[in-house]
Design a protein around this ligand. Structure first.
Ligand SMILES: NC(=O)c1ccc[n+]([C@@H]2O[C@H](COP(=O)([O-])OP(=O)(O)OC[C@H]3O[C@@H](n4cnc5c(N)ncnc54)[C@H](OP(=O)(O)O)[C@@H]3O)[C@@H](O)[C@H]2O)c1
Length: 182
């Protein structure tokens, strides 16, 4: 099973403000016309979205549920899943290796891993093959970082970088040493 990250960060590397706010992210359509930064094409390749409990709780505040693909929410506790989402959202816990083994055993070929702490754990376990990071041209100074401390260096291979008229710059990397990485 392949696992990918597709995420937006401030230029100084944050995925949300300290309180989880995303107000610094461009709103849909803002300054970008119909540009979706490759999101639909990426999502078309994804079988399941694996996200941390904190990201799930944030998405629930958006109002409309934005995903058409099944979602696995990771938590070591209990998470209230709204009735309307019970057919498409499932709770799991365990190490990243256990999560991958379980999904892989069901025939999942490509997972989209989301949420800062969750991404860091999967990278530390060597279970992310691809990273697509869209940098928003703004400094927010403090917040929830995409990356944190690492136990050892994580070499990356640059695949491509695209720049957009909105000022966003999107870079795609393969994680060296993983199946799809080199
Ligand atoms: N800029 C972007 O594109 C973007 C994308 C995604 C998210 N975000 C933002 O990022 C923020 C959330 O990120 P975050 O780093 O704070 O948290 P997160 O990764 O979304 O969630 C962390 C939580 O996930 C659970 N978890 C993770 N791995 C687990 C595992 N292997 N087994 C069991 N539980 C596991 C734990 O929940 P429990 O504490 O319940 O055990 C942990 O506290 C939100 O504000 C969200 O809006 C931004």
């Amino acid at each position: 099973m392949k696992a990918s990250v597709y995420i937006a960060t401030s230029l100084d590397g944050f995925i949300a403000r300290e309180d989880g706010a995303l107000d610094w992210l461009p709103q849909p359509g803002e300054g970008s016309g119909d540009e979706d930064y490759g999101y639909d094409a990426f999502m078309a390749t994804v079988d399941v979205i694996v996200m941390g409990r904190k990201s799930f709780e944030k998405v629930l505040t958006f109002g409309a549920w934005p995903y058409v693909k099944p979602v696995v929410v990771l938590s070591s506790g209990t998470v209230k899943i709204p009735e309307a989402l019970k057919g498409s959202v499932e709770l799991m816990s365990g190490s990243p290796a256990e999560i991958v083994a379980s999904l892989s055993g069901r025939g999942v070929a490509h997972a989209y891993v989301d949420g800062g702490a969750t991404i860091q754990n999967f990278i530390a376990a060597g279970l992310i093959q691809r990273l697509t990071i869209t940098r928003i041209p703004v400094l927010i100074g403090r917040g929830i970082p995409l990356f944190g401390t690492v136990l050892r260096d994580v070499p990356l291979r640059h695949i491509q970088t695209r720049s957009y008229s909105s000022g966003m710059v999107q870079s795609e990397y393969a994680v060296a040493g993983t199946d799809d990485g080199l």
